[in-house]
Design a protein around this ligand. Structure first.
Ligand code: TZP
Ligand code: MG
Length: 217
């Protein structure tokens, strides 16, 4: 099983999630202590093709300078091409079984789950972790489903045993306590870090809060 500490502060970023240089934002977040990173280049204004690939290569390099694993959202081909450390897929993307067939055996493979059924399926399919949400409403993902709250997260935790879980969607610093208590191993964040004028300090504060609660039990 994966080291669940990796999920503590799981930062996700694409070039269209910030007004600043995405490489600057990522490096600040790395300095602040993020534990895992996902490159998620999608939606309005997202890069494609060679531009997307070049940004991914630079981000992977930066992550590795800070010993943080680099995952790619959806695009398994790109992940393989640039030798990422894993992939994260949604319910509409390639299935876990298909992904496992074509990626190295030591890769992290995560999947999004909005309800108990999807979460149990992901566990049975051999996901390393699930991203559970949206917990709260979010402006970052245009097609986000209805928020499930900390209660929805708790229901999923109760049904998947010790499968590593990261909470996602609309998460701000003040939510960390209730989400860790509801069974999350960590929090996954885009805008609270990417839109902050000081990504490093926000990332560091997320780390402090999640670290406290991960050691509470
Ligand atoms: N999946 C469910 S909610 C979401 C994704 C990718 C967006 C999370 O972004 P934010 O800004 O942390 O709400
Ligand atoms: Mg997807």
């Amino acid at each position: 099983m994966m080291k669940r500490d990796l999920l503590q502060v799981y930062f996700i970023l694409g070039s269209n999630n910030t007004e600043q240089d995405p490489l600057y934002v990522l490096e600040e977040a790395l300095k602040g202590g993020i534990t895992l990173f996902q490159f998620r280049e999608k939606g309005h204004g997202a890069l494609a093709g060679e531009d997307k690939k070049q940004l991914a290569i630079k981000m992977k390099k930066l992550c590795h300078q800070y010993d943080v694993p680099f995952l790619v959202n959806d695009d398994v081909d790109l992940a393989l091409e640039i030798e990422a450390d894993g992939v994260h897929v949604g319910q509409e993307d390639m299935s876990i079984q298909e992904v496992r067939k074509i990626v190295p055996s030591d890769w992290l493979v995560g999947v999004s789950s909005t309800n108990v059924q999807e979460a149990v399926q992901a566990k049975n399919d051999g996901a390393d972790y699930i991203g559970v949400g949206p917990i709260f409403s979010t402006d970052t993902k245009a097609d986000a489903k209805k928020p499930i709250g900390a209660k929805g997260l708790q229901e999923i935790r109760d049904r998947v045993g010790d499968l590593p879980i990261v909470a996602i969607g609309g998460i701000q610093l003040g939510h960390v306590i209730e989400l860790m208590r509801a069974g999350a191993d960590g929090v996954s964040i885009i805008s609270a870090i990417s839109l902050s004028p000081n990504p490093e300090s926000v990332a560091a504060t997320f780390y402090m809060h999640t670290n406290y609660f991960s050691k509470e039990q």
